[in-house]
Write a protein that binds this ligand. Structure first.
Ligand code: ATP
Length: 252
């Protein structure tokens, strides 16, 4: 059944931030939500997560979204409390844990940390980690919940290239194991081309295209929406690569 969006619109004051966003996103895939700065990606994610009032329809598996049942990681997520890494990951299961944490839960938390290559940090205080390390821990926390709908707002923006690939490999394995739908807002179009199944392109609050990368982000679309001239190449290993050539003159 997946996620169904119909005419999702949001206005703030006089400005329309989302306008008539419509589309169906099937389960069992990674969807890259892309578009230039300020085009409404975070707003759409927040609307799906029920954190913003909107007009239109959002249905997950035919029902309204319930925030407690999905995974959601906002842009610039941080942990301010005085917690260790493993405690932070365990908070992903807080409804289930109550006052008792059993060994099975700790093992599961350590396992997710191992998958992200950061199990060696398990006893560190969160506030002693780098921004990228914190981002990995918070992703591990979201995955420990095993949500069937996972909304990630630029969740790999602080990561080096190896960790970005590691995160997408883990998300891919997670999607294949659980049949979940992962929607990730992302600026790096080459990363999106490599690791997502479907692209949802926003252009000034409207859905300008939904589909496989090549059918949405062709050279004309990059010019019209992003204001860049670019070549789209196929690498020796058969992957799509966007090579930006320059900004189109006269675009703000
Ligand atoms: N609280 C707010 N009040 C008024 N306008 C807002 C508010 N929050 C966001 N906006 C506006 O809504 C538009 C969409 O913002 P949003 O953060 O959703 O874009 P985005 O695509 O996620 O951008 P970025 O890629 O820069 O993170 C922007 O023009 C922004 O200025």
């Amino acid at each position: 059944m997946g996620l169904h969006l119909e005419n999702v619109s949001i206005a703030r004051g006089r400005s329309r931030i989302l306008e008539g966003v419509t589309g169906r996103l099937a389960e069992g895939q990674i969807v890259g939500l892309v578009g230039p700065n300020g085009t409404g990606k975070s707003t759409l994610i927040n609307a799906i997560a029920t954190l913003l009032p909107f007009s239109g329809i959002v249905r997950w598996r035919g029902e309204p979204v319930r925030l407690g049942e999905i995974g959601y990681m906002p842009q610039h997520s941080q942990v301010r409390a005085d917690l260790t890494v493993v405690e932070t990951v365990l908070l992903g299961r807080h409804e289930r844990l109550g006052w008792r944490v059993d060994n099975g839960d700790v093992d599961a938390a350590i396992f997710v940390l191992e998958e992200f290559g950061i199990a060696h940090l398990h006893a560190r205080q969160m506030n002693t980690l780098s921004g990228g390390q914190q981002q990995l821990v918070l992703l591990a926390q979201r995955l420990l919940r095993e949500p069937k709908l996972l909304l990630l707002d630029e969740a790999t923006s602080a990561l080096d290239i190896r960790h970005q690939m590691q995160v997408f490999d883990r998300l891919r394995a997670y999607v294949e194991r659980t049949g979940a739908l992962v929607i990730i807002a992302i600026h790096d179009l080459n990363l999106a081309a490599r690791h997502t199944n479907t692209i949802m392109l926003l252009d000034r609050g409207r859905a300008a295209g939904i589909g496989p990368f090549g059918s949405v982000l062709h050279e004309d679309m990059l010019r019209n929406v992003y204001g860049i001239d670019a070549e789209i190449l196929v690498s020796r290993s058969g992957h799509t690569v966007i090579l930006p050539l320059g900004a189109v003159e006269g675009r703000g």
